[in-house]
Unconditional design. Structure first.
Length: 59
């Protein structure tokens, strides 16, 4: 992966978390909220894998 991969992924994670907190809370989970939570989880997982690879020296 490129040198800025971790940085770009971290920025995407911050943007997705910011978008999640802009959504008005409701008693039930709508599909938009579910997709936002899912996207945050996926991006956090990708970031975690990139950091682990960087620490192990595989990249």
């Amino acid at each position: 992966m490129k040198k800025g991969g971790i940085f770009i992924t971290a920025i995407l994670l911050l943007v997705s978390i910011g978008n999640y907190y802009r959504i008005k809370p409701d008693e039930n989970i709508r599909s938009v909220v579910f997709i936002s939570i899912f996207a945050i989880g996926v991006i956090a997982g990708v970031l975690l894998v990139q950091i682990i690879k960087k620490l192990k020296g595989e990249d």
